[in-house]
Design a protein around this ligand. Sequence first.
Ligand code: WTA
Length: 649
Amino acid sequence: MSDPVALEALLTEDRRFAPPEGFASRAFVADPAIYDEAEDFEEFWARWAEKLHWFRRWDRVLEWTPPYAKWFVGGRLNVCYNCVDRHLDGPGKDRTALIWEGETGERRELTYRDLGAEAGRFANVLKDLGVRKGDRVAIYMPMIPETVYAMLACARIGAVHSVVFGGFSPDSLADRINDARAEVLITADGGYRRGRVVPLKRNADEAVQRCPSIRHVVVVARGGLDLHRDFTMVQGRDHWYHELASRVSDRCPPEEMDAEDLLYILYTSGTTGKPKGVVHTTGGYLTQVHATTRTVFDLRDDDVYWCTADVGWVTGHSYIVYGPLSAGATVVIYEGAPDWPDKGRFWKICEDLGVTIFYTAPTAIRAFMQWGDRWPGAYDLGRLRLLGTVGEPINPEAWMWYHRVIGGARCPIVDTWWQTETGAIMITPLPGVTHTRPGSACRAFPGIQAALLSEAGDPVDAGYLAITRPWPSMLRTIYGDDERYRETYWSKWDGVYFPGDGAKRDDDGYLWILGRVDDVLNVAGHRIGTMEVESALVEHSAVAEAAVVGKAHPVKGQAIAAFVTLMQGMDGSDALADELRAHVARAIGPIARPEDILFTADLPKTRSGKIMRRLLGDIAAGRALGDTTTLADPAVVQELKEGYEAREE
Ligand code: WTA
């Protein structure tokens, strides 16, 4: 959870921002009565579901046998049909669906009609490879339009996709492929990031060696500049996408899916070393991403919408692909880094493409702030009309900077709280209704019921965040592990969802999310389990034991601090620390690289042998030490603290 100083800052934050005059009068939702109307939440969600195209209407809105929910029972629909075909009847067919910009500057624009053809073609390629309804397809791609075609293609034929972030290591990819027993892997020769080529196919080859379930690897040629094709195409297994695509039609009938059929699996970090395969289904998921995209982003036909997330995370799934496309939006996709070739890149894109809605993460906002006002100042951001943030708590200074410098003090900011597991936005302002407060995600979305509870389940003003009734886009289980699903999310209180965050409520009844209360870190908006990093560290031959905690970081929100004990005879040198950092980056991905590594002879443990992470957190944060009376050997902590402080000087 956030440290006490940050909490104090939140408590004294009393600025309020009304929806701007011109905005509210035209907003999609301008009447706060929506909250009361949504009290009959089944009715509310059914009205949203009606805005989608169904092959067969549902018989029942909700079947709730805690902790298992079925939404729109008996209904049949296709997500790709709803994201593409549905827009082709009217004027929407010639509307721009995607505007893609590569890091190297090239641009591609597709109308909804083009997108339909590309998704249809990709779907036929998958079908020719024998992919059938229910089969799992792994997608390990850069941010290029083909990634979106691939996701839509899976949805079209009823295959279940599992997108793995392109920054993950071969080992992380292999673990995810194996857990889902994916049969096909879609990847690319490479992608660009900060001027360098990310060797996706080479990583994929390394991963697939460990993946007996993979029958085919489809390789998209990223194109453009000369990518180093330092890999071989394995005969019979590997196929260039453009070769397969040239042999198939671009028309593919959509599969009629049950509302509860799987749409995708997305792996996320939890409190054990093994990532969880979060399962999302079809009807409820699409209903809630659609409803929230329309209302929270106030999306209109003439908007140019840009969410800067990577499609490998849930934000990309819900708010680059399924939400905006189901709403017929014009979606910007950018391949690369915000500071390439210089720190004005994002603002240049906003100006060039006339972006009107911009959704990013607090860690990015803090980086922009640090880079200075002159970068955004050099571009015309006058078309922006709404700003959003997601992924971690936003500190009020960063909110104010975003409001003033990027939003020109005229754009409402929606601070949206949600998770991989919730599938869609859960706590958020509505931009035409809510008086926002910098740093607060404000209140539960209409139809959603959030509470703050104590460990015992009593209502409190500061405590655990809880979701007290089911919602359409909720995860249905953890893939192949119902027990872990029940245990992780539903065992704290009866029939109530436990997201793993702490929060407080202010005088206005607004919610302020304070951060994770479990062993999950949030580094630059990315969820990383401390156990995953610990397992990676102890795999190294020099390491005997490791404990990982988060420490506050001005830009990333949190950074990783690792306390490591070494095997007998090993020396804790700077060179070894660097080697361990590189080892973790190789094992998980660069996002998990520890910032601080402290070698120590002992770790603080309770008498029963449990590592006291809380104390390590205090040390990493430079805080006074908490209660040490339960320690087996209190001297260990004092030594550690002195050691840690000495290395920072
Ligand atoms: C955190 C990302 C504060 C939270 C969509 C949550 C936030 C975790 C916010 C989920 C926000 C997300 N304010 N904290 N607006 N949004 N979080 O699964 O700790 O990658 O549990 O989903 O991010 O991260 P995930």
